[in-house]
Design a protein around this ligand. Structure first.
Ligand SMILES: CC(C)(COP(=O)(O)OP(=O)(O)OC[C@H]1O[C@@H](n2cnc3c(N)ncnc32)[C@H](O)[C@@H]1OP(=O)(O)O)[C@@H](O)C(=O)NCCC(=O)NCCS
Length: 402
């Protein structure tokens, strides 16, 4: 196994140390005669922790080879068809299926509203959401370990906070949640200041379910790392939002929307796709690090989009572009399975419910609250501080000039 090792070499007048790449050589000697100043680091290193198992979890299974996503054993398609976000979140938190579970939207407390009012209107909605969770956490005095009760309270608060910022950034006053609505429905109601269309609320609810949990991704890992220090749930979720904000994680379904706008009509699709690939650019909404099959979340959301009123033209364009894109990608990459990913039909659903594209990433964050908090609870239940090792590649001990 290749590794960097330090070798102490005695020479007249002192010790000289240097680093070499070696496969087997053990550390030898030391400056003081003890063993602490010599390191032979032969342990494997996996950049990005790829292939490293960082947790054991009973929450969700991402089966990339077979295109399956299970929450506590249940396929995502069934959960979207038969469940609500409240029931699915409860399932993730407790492992039990309560189809009648309710999660009433919580109003935004005064100090959180004050903080949101202080933000510049053009602040990123993701920053606003993180700020809101942080202020909320400061008011709650949450203790370790996190509980399903904490998870319910936070998950029920955050959509109201994001909706409040969604209005403030447009110069509008926040409105109180209608507690008779579902969480997704009340998010739309607080954003638009009116009761949402029932079909739109149901479609957004489906998106919340689909985006609720996805294994040990970067933000979920962040939430587990923070929880493992015995910190509180709001801190874990603030960190998770920070991780999700990065474009490599939070994705950009809004880019799928721009892509379809640019294509404009099915007749232009093939030429546009080929030109884009010829320029070395990627098609948004295709390919995935884990799935080597059609992303099951895209399949579930496509069904939802198909059932949405007013989507006919846009959806028929999306479906035709998808067919052409899949064919061209298969021709260009015969050895690599590149299928539709969740972002493609997320774009359809979020556009269909009338959400402004700037809110897409933070809305993803709202949906992922269920998964983040479920992982925090699970981590705390069998806790061990997460503290990986590091291979030092800097200079050997040296001394400042006299
Ligand atoms: C999601 C994504 C980052 C996963 O990437 P990955 O598993 O690391 O795959 P790689 O970057 O190693 O790509 C493997 C090959 O497929 C190609 N490829 C992957 N996704 C592609 C896409 N969407 N369009 C065109 N080509 C693509 C790459 O160019 C690469 O080709 P090469 O081997 O000839 O260089 C990638 O598929 C992508 O950029 N997709 C577009 C953005 C998107 O939809 N993101 C949302 C993800 S949920």
């Amino acid at each position: 196994m290749p590794s960097l090792a330090y070798h102490d070499t005695a020479w007249a007048g002192g010790y000289h140390r240097h680093m070499t790449d070696t496969k087997t050589e053990p550390a030898t000697g030391s400056r003081s005669g003890g063993s602490t100043s010599t390191t032979a680091d032969t342990r494997p290193y996996s950049p990005g922790l790829e292939g490293v198992i960082g947790a054991e979890s009973a929450i969700g299974l991402v089966d990339g080879a077979n295109g399956r996503l299970l929450y506590r054993g249940y396929p995502i398609g069934e959960l979207v068809e038969k469940g609500t976000y409240a029931a699915v979140a409860e399932l993730l938190w407790t492992g039990e299926w309560h189809p009648d579970a309710r999660l009433a939207p919580e109003p935004v407390p005064g100090p959180v509203l004050t903080a949101l009012r202080e933000l510049p209107r053009d602040a990123s909605p993701m920053d606003a959401l993180r700020t809101a969770v942080s202020v909320w956490g400061a008011m709650q005095r949450l203790a370790f370990p996190p509980t399903p009760e904490d998870a319910r309270a936070l998950t029920a608060f955050s959509p109201s906070a994001l909706a409040a910022f969604g209005r403030l950034r447009q110069g509008l006053e926040p409105v109180q949640p209608d507690r008779s609505l579902s969480l997704a429905g009340a998010f739309l109601q607080q954003l638009n200041g009116e009761r949402p269309d029932a079909a739109a609320a149901k479609a957004l609810e489906a998106y919340f379910i689909v985006a609720g949990e996805h294994g040990l991704n970067a933000s979920t890992f962040t939430a587990r790392v923070i929880t493992a220090t015995r910190s509180d749930l709001a801190s874990a979720v603030c960190g998770a939002i920070g991780a999700l904000k990065g474009p490599l994680h939070g994705g950009a379904p809004s880019e799928v929307v721009s892509q379809l706008h640019e294509i404009g009509s099915p007749e232009r699709a093939e030429a546009w796709i080929k030109d884009t690939l010829d320029r070395g650019e990627r098609l948004m909404g295709f390919g995935h690090r884990v799935y080597r099959a059609y992303d099951p979340r895209a399949a579930a959301l496509r069904k939802v989009a198909e059932g949405m009123a007013g989507m006919a033209d846009w959806l028929s364009l999306a479906v035709k572009v998808e067919d052409i894109a899949l064919r061209v990608l298969a021709e260009r990459h015969p050895d690599r399975v590149l299928k539709t990913n969740v972002e493609y039909y997320t774009a359809a659903v979020l556009q269909g419910v009338g959400l402004p594209p700037e809110l897409y990433p933070a809305t993803f964050g709202l949906a992922r609250h269920a998964g983040w908090t479920a992982h925090a609870i699970e981590q705390a239940g069998a806790n061990r501080l997460i503290r990986p090792d590091m291979r030092y590649t800097g200079p050997e001990e040296r001394h400042l000039p006299d």
